[in-house]
Design a protein around this ligand. Sequence first.
Ligand SMILES: CC(C)(COP(=O)(O)OP(=O)(O)OC[C@H]1O[C@@H](n2cnc3c(N)ncnc32)[C@H](O)[C@@H]1OP(=O)(O)O)[C@@H](O)C(=O)NCCC(=O)NCCS
Length: 172
Amino acid sequence: VGDVDTLRLRPLRLDDEGAARAAQRELAADRFTFALGYVVDDGWPAYLARLEDERNGVGLAPGRVPSSFLVAEAGGEIVGRSSIRHALNEQLLRIGGHVGFCVRPGHRRRGYATEILKQSLVIVWALGVERALVTCDDDNAGSAAAIERCGGIFESLYKPLLGAPVRRYWID
Ligand SMILES: CC(C)(COP(=O)(O)OP(=O)(O)OC[C@H]1O[C@@H](n2cnc3c(N)ncnc32)[C@H](O)[C@@H]1OP(=O)(O)O)[C@@H](O)C(=O)NCCC(=O)NCCS
């Protein structure tokens, strides 16, 4: 039994560096990135400042949209994270969508991904988005199940030139 009822999304803090770097190593085994855009050499405080700028849409690279990076804390531990895109660009409309999420390997199969997506969608609605796009690799059963449990309606399978086909879902 997990601590799904205690799960809360919050921004990364200065004292999260150790846990976030551990999560970064763990997710690398899934060829997935936990701390999006983190470069070790830049240092942790600079990373937090960059995330804050991304959230506020300050100094975005051309074509990038504002985004909120939030970690999921449950039972006093960082168990996963969410990246909430405030709008879609052409790339995100094909693959990526409004919300990207993951759960640390040691915390899976306890409903955390479903809860992270559910709470992320509340934030998406608060941003004024009416229909949320959420995508996952066609072979990612766990992610597809979480999306469907959050009300995702399958729209299409997008086949990129390289890599696995991607399932695209809308939630409203
Ligand atoms: C996919 C992922 C987010 C699932 O996280 P999770 O917290 O284990 O998901 P949940 O506990 O909410 O699972 C919901 C349901 O998905 C299904 N599921 C989860 N993992 C599964 C797996 N490995 N195989 C088959 N079904 C799975 C189950 O039906 C599960 O419900 P159940 O445990 O009651 O049977 C996690 O495995 C992960 O972070 N993977 C790497 C990164 C990633 O793929 N992110 C998603 C990108 S879109």
